[in-house]
Design a protein around this ligand. Structure first.
Ligand code: CTP
Ligand code: MG
Length: 171
């Protein structure tokens, strides 16, 4: 199924995003600094989450690539997987930045944005890093499918993380 292949392609970004929750903690990326009275990013964005997420996304993608080559060869695959993982986490950071500007506290829900922030980041960064790979893999149809299904998958996994006490809130 061509459409389901989209889930395979974006899976390293899912892993990066989920791993940040598992590895997260310690020093916040914004070092607790505020801007105009509000946290720049907030306590929910940490260096450990960022590093753990990038590493896990690349690791998962490298294993996937051995099973079924889909992220390019050799060095190119590392760059593409880095773009998918780092892009996912930057997307999430940008979303937190905007949330703080809007006065929403850490963990406060912002429906849809909370669920697709990392998807948009991963798509944008992989597009920037390898336009050719992006265009031949992320067809408009697949992107549309991911935009619709990612929030649903995200909600389901976050509910699980909440039940496992990895997350404070179930979204
Ligand atoms: N996390 C992290 N570092 C990151 C991203 C996530 O440590 N770069 C961890 C944090 O423990 C965070 C959790 O993963 O609480 C869930 O991420 P997310 O839902 O994006 O954060 P929230 O706590 O909901 O905060 P925000 O309102 O900023 O989205
Ligand atoms: Mg978020």
């Amino acid at each position: 199924m061509s459409i389901l292949y989209a889930l395979w392609l974006i899976f390293p970004a899912y892993v990066a995003n989920a791993s940040a929750v598992i590895f997260g903690g310690g020093k916040p990326i914004d070092f607790g600094k505020t801007w105009r009275g509000k946290p720049i990013l907030g306590e929910g964005k940490t260096w450990r989450g960022l590093a753990g997420g990038i590493f896990s996304g690349i690791a998962a993608g490298t294993i996937m690539n051995a099973v079924h080559p889909s992220f390019g060869e050799g060095m190119e695959s590392l760059i593409i997987l880095f773009a998918l993982s780092f892009g996912a986490l930057v997307g999430d950071m940008v979303e937190s930045f905007l949330k703080r500007r809007l006065g929403r506290r850490r963990g406060e829900p912002w429906p849809v944005a909370d669920q697709i922030d990392f998807l948009l980041g991963a798509l944008l960064f992989s597009f920037i890093i390898s336009r050719e790979w992006f265009m031949s893999n992320f067809t408009p149809y697949r992107i549309l499918f991911l935009l619709i299904f990612t929030p649903l998958i995200h909600l389901a996994t976050n509910l699980l993380a909440y039940v496992l006490k990895l997350k404070k809130v179930p979204w």
